[in-house]
Design a protein around this ligand. Structure first.
Ligand code: BTN
Length: 149
């Protein structure tokens, strides 16, 4: 017992230090992307389901931009290690289009949370002959908006 005590102490400290340093990435909160679009994600529930709002900085239409609702899900599998994958849909309230995003919530080397995403923007076309040009693809990087308190 006397010999085991130092070993257990070192093990405990090592596990504790690791636990403190392994910062997790949380989707909840306010985010801004590389285009200047703003997104707010409300709380993620126990099943990983979430909702929020999206204020895009750009549009492929000539319509006036309006804040639009989003719905999504974060992966809640049994082996989550803190940098979850997720997907969400933005149902644009000012156009006939819809966008799906998929990505992963990372903690970068500076300890900052970053969402790396790819998206598909589907526009409505009147004629099936135009289906080939109806979907745009791209990527966005989101960082957390700091509150101005
Ligand atoms: C539309 O133009 O019909 C709706 C707005 C689309 C905005 C796109 S979605 C992908 C990209 N990322 C953004 O933040 N905005 C654009």
């Amino acid at each position: 017992m006397v010999q085991a005590t130092p070993f257990l102490l070192v093990l405990f400290l090592a596990l504790g230090a690791h636990g403190l340093s392994a910062k997790k990435c949380s989707l909840t909160g306010r985010w801004v992307n590389d285009l200047g679009s703003n997104m707010t994600i409300m709380s993620v529930n126990a099943n990983g389901v979430f909702a929020g709002s999206y204020h895009t900085a750009v549009t492929a239409t000539s319509n006036e931009i309006k804040v639009s609702p989003l719905q999504g899900a974060q992966q809640k599998g049994p082996n989550q290690k803190g940098q979850p994958t997720f997907g969400f849909t933005v149902n644009w309230s000012f156009s006939d289009s819809i966008t799906v995003f998929t990505g992963q919530c990372f903690v970068d080397e500076d300890g900052k949370e970053v969402l790396k995403t790819m998206w598909l923007l589907r526009s409505r076309v009147e004629d099936i002959k135009n289906d080939w040009k109806a979907t745009r693809v791209g990527n966005n990087v989101f960082t957390r908006l700091q509150s101005q308190e």
